[in-house]
Design a protein around this ligand. Structure first.
Ligand code: ZN
Length: 62
C-alpha cells in the first residue's frame, strides 16, 4: 500500500498494487489541467522574456 498526493488538486489516495510509475495526479482531468497550466506558464515566461511563444497547444478543444 502506498499513498499518493495529486500534484494538481492535492487530493490524497492510496493504492494497493503499484506497478509502473508513480502517478502524479489523481486522475486524467487533473493531469490534463496540470499540463495545460504548465504550458501556459511556459508561454507566459517566454513572452516575458521577449521570445516567441513555444509551440504548444493551449487552444483548448482537444
Ligand atoms: Zn487531482
Amino acid at each position: 500500500m502506498e499513498s499518493y498526493k495529486c500534484d494538481h488538486c492535492g487530493k490524497e489516495w492510496t493504492r494497493e498494487n503499484r506497478r509502473g510509475q508513480k502517478p502524479l495526479y489523481c486522475g486524467v482531468p487533473c493531469r490534463k489541467r496540470a499540463h495545460r497550466a504548465r504550458d501556459r506558464a511556459l508561454i507566459h515566461a517566454a513572452r516575458a522574456a521577449g521570445l516567441d511563444a513555444p509551440r504548444v497547444n493551449v487552444a483548448g478543444g482537444r
